[in-house]
Design a binder for this molecule. Structure first.
Ligand SMILES: Cc1cn([C@H]2C[C@H](O)[C@@H](COP(=O)(O)OP(=O)(O)O[C@H]3O[C@H](C)C(=O)[C@H](O)[C@H]3O)O2)c(=O)[nH]c1=O
Length: 188
């Protein structure tokens, strides 16, 4: 019912729920707490987010919420396609500053679990792309933080011309990683 794959960043998981196809289309349990618990994921999500990005090449991120309102996120693509990225920003982590990225799309039905202590961001790869994601804490703008998506210090291969990115003012003004003091500490 659920395929769960580890990534090179411990804690970041690639999750693919089973789809039951028939002549009408398909059915899938996009989230099942008990099934996730069978794979060791026992996060209580409290808020669902949904955004639409009309232009391909729209970038949202790299974002985080700082403690005490840090968020785990379970991300999926409801329509279109996107390249979803997580970056480890836990000071002292063996994978500090390292990133992973995966294409999430309506077609592949894949989801990415992005734990607390990681930046999250994506670039859309199709028009009218919708992202839907569960968060383990509520929105806390006073804890909101961001890092430039195209930091050379992180070196994410976004797979497109980053100079053409559609960005919010907030994301355009975000600090580079070298100027960033992470509020997260690796707990081993
Ligand atoms: C995140 C959030 C935003 N808002 C309001 C605040 C703004 O007036 C408006 C747009 O917010 P923002 O420009 O921060 O939205 P995104 O650029 O899509 O940010 C999100 O995208 C990246 C990829 C993430 O992982 C985060 O969830 C989040 O930072 O929605 C809310 O009311 N509640 C919320 O939880």
């Amino acid at each position: 019912m659920l395929q769960v794959e580890k990534t090179t960043l411990p804690g970041v998981l690639l999750i693919t729920p089973r789809r039951f196809g028939d002549s009408r289309g398909f059915f899938s349990e996009s989230y099942n707490r008990s099934r996730m618990a069978e794979h060791g994921v026992t996060i209580d999500f409290v808020q669902d987010n949904h955004s639409l990005s009309v232009q391909p090449g729209t970038v949202r991120g790299l974002h985080f919420q700082a403690p005490p309102h840090a968020q785990d996120k379970l991300v999926r693509c409801g329509r279109g396609a996107l390249f979803d990225v997580a970056v480890d920003i836990r000071k002292g982590s063996p994978t500090y500053g390292k990133w992973v990225g995966y294409e999430l799309s309506f077609e592949n039905g894949r989801q990415l679990l992005v734990p607390k202590g990681f930046l999250h961001g994506f670039v859309t790869r199709a028009p009218d792309t919708e992202i839907v994601y569960k968060c383990s804490d509520y929105y806390a703008p006073e804890c909101d933080g961001a890092v430039r998506f195209d930091c050379p210090q992180i070196g994410i291969d976004w797979g497109f011309d980053v100079d053409s990115a559609a960005l919010s003012d907030k994301d355009a003004k975000a600090p580079f990683f070298k100027d960033f003091d992470s509020p997260f500490v690796w707990e081993g």
